[in-house]
Design a binder for this molecule. Structure first.
Ligand SMILES: [Zn+2]
Length: 102
């Protein structure tokens, strides 16, 4: 049903999704650790304190959909969050591509 190119493509898509999710977690770590905050619990807007809705917490996509602003208070959300998520996703794709080429 699938050619090997299609399977390779699916593997790279999976690697990207895994990478952006890890990048999202890295954002939590680099944001909360210095502030001495807990790693658990849902994310909150750094400006108004509203809890981030699940649909507004999808790596990269939500930041783009919201135009880089909080849904509640319209405060800007740093471009650093999607940049870290995207970078981690692309690193995972690069690693996956190298492994597939071996
Ligand atoms: Zn807000």
């Amino acid at each position: 049903m699938f050619g090997s190119a299609a399977i390779d493509c699916l593997i790279l898509v999976f690697a990207f999704v895994l990478g952006v999710c890890l990048g999202s977690f890295l954002n939590v770590v680099v944001t909360r650790r210095p502030a001495g905050e807990s790693m658990g619990g849902r994310s909150k807007c750094r400006s108004c304190g509203h809890q981030i809705r699940l649909r507004d917490n999808i790596p990269v996509i939500s930041w783009l959909a919201l135009g880089g602003k909080c849904r509640d208070c319209k405060a800007p959300i740093s471009w650093r969050y999607p940049a870290i998520e995207l970078t981690t996703g692309l690193i995972f794709v690069a690693i996956g591509a190298v492994l597939l080429a071996l």
